[in-house]
Write a protein that binds this ligand. Structure first.
Ligand SMILES: Cc1ncc(COP(=O)(O)O)c(C=O)c1O
Length: 354
């Protein structure tokens, strides 16, 4: 029986560790691990120190997931009853189970944007009057970079500076959901600190483009991290001999897996060009990083299309009723790209040419 070739383009979260990561894990000894809740795990401590340095903040904290990292950040920078500003298609707003409200007791107000960048005159109107006892105070503004639902687009450092200025003017903390901030850095070829220097807190994921199986990092000032450590414990994220999983992150940062993201971006570009070459009623959004959005201009049978793609071995997700998202990552090579272009062309032609 011929096995069906699978090209999994659903997300960069499906990545598996590299041989070097497994090697590092095998070489771990008991002396490399300890009780991290007590701050005694040398591998976690090393990862946190290294991560803080790379991201340009005083301190950092290893957390279980991006979702936990975002929530820990919000809890650390706000009080229950505050109002926070989230972009209307942001991951925190759409996909984190309403935890800001449910757990943080926060009022959430969404703001519209052009690819993650708001209009400040519109945003200003959302800021509450702190003197008015009837209103909850607006205390935090959150941004996402790269922006997932906008197709992995990059918010330029200058725009983040504008956001910092806006936040300062309105006495807001600025949080960056930087699950894929290294994709932004590699995509623009500017140091990651150019993006992070303007924000109070940043979360980035080890478990996406950096190919680690588990974990994210939250970073900011020392005081912020002291607070964040307490909230991580509250959320059940205090892990004991966590060095075992942190070792994957350490190797990703030490061996500069960040640079490898260039390959994902190149593959995404090639993929987009291949799909665009089909004369079909689709719009292929030009990728800036590792995410390609294919928009169906006429067809509403997106779920059927995704199922058919799956039968051909091409895995993908839809992010709306018209848009299919394809993500390149470690484990996807040029052959996979060519193969998937061909299979996707076949399926889309079947559905869209009729
Ligand atoms: C932009 C963004 N933020 C946060 C997260 C949450 O990360 P995790 O899946 O590790 O909770 C994701 C996950 O896909 C994401 O895309």
């Amino acid at each position: 029986m011929i096995e069906l070739k699978i090209v999994d383009l659903r997300s960069d979260t499906v990545t598996k560790p590299s041989p070097e990561m497994w090697e590092m894990l095998r070489s771990l000894e008991n002396s490399n691990i300890g009780d991290d809740v007590e701050g005694e795990d040398p591998t976690v401590n090393e990862l946190e120190e290294k991560a803080a340095k790379i991201i340009g903040k005083e301190a950092s904290l290893f957390v279980t997931s991006g979702t936990q990292g975002n929530l820990v950040s919000l809890l650390s920078l706000t009080k229950p009853g505050d109002e926070i500003l989230l972009e209307e298609l942001s991951h925190i707003y759409k996909n984190e189970v309403g935890s800001a409200a449910r757990i943080g007791g926060l009022m959430v107000r969404t703001y519209p944007s052009l690819k993650g960048i708001p209009r400040f005159d519109q945003l200003q109107k959302l800021i509450r009057d702190k003197e008015d006892i009837h209103e909850p105070p607006t205390t935090l503004f959150s941004i996402e970079n790269t922006h997932n639902y906008h197709g992995g687009v990059i918010i330029q450092p200058e725009r983040i500076k504008d956001m910092r200025d806006f936040s300062k003017k309105n006495d807001l903390k600025l949080h960056l959901d930087g699950a894929r901030i290294f994709n932004a850095s590699v995509g623009l070829k500017v140091p990651v600190t150019e993006f992070t220097k303007y924000v109070d807190s940043v979360m980035f994921c080890l478990s996406k483009g950096l190919s680690c199986p588990v974990g994210s990092i939250v970073a900011g000032s020392k005081d912020f991290i002291t607070n964040a450590r307490r909230y991580r414990k509250m959320l059940g994220g205090g892990m004991r001999q966590a060095g075992i999983i942190a070792s994957f992150g350490l190797i990703a940062l030490e061996q500069n897996w960040i640079k490898r993201l260039e390959e994902d971006h190149k593959n995404a570009k090639q993929f987009a060009e291949g799909i665009e070459s089909y004369d079909l009623p689709i719009k292929v959004h030009k990728p800036e990083t590792n995410i390609v959005i294919v928009e169906l201009l006429k067809n509403s049978r997106i779920f059927k299309i995704i199922t058919e793609l799956g039968k051909e071995g091409i895995r993908s997700f839809n992010i709306s009723k018209e848009k299919i998202r394809f993500v390149t990552h470690y484990g996807i090579d040029e052959d996979d790209i060519q193969y998937s272009i061909q299979k996707i062309g076949k399926v889309l032609s079947n559905f869209l040419s009729k």
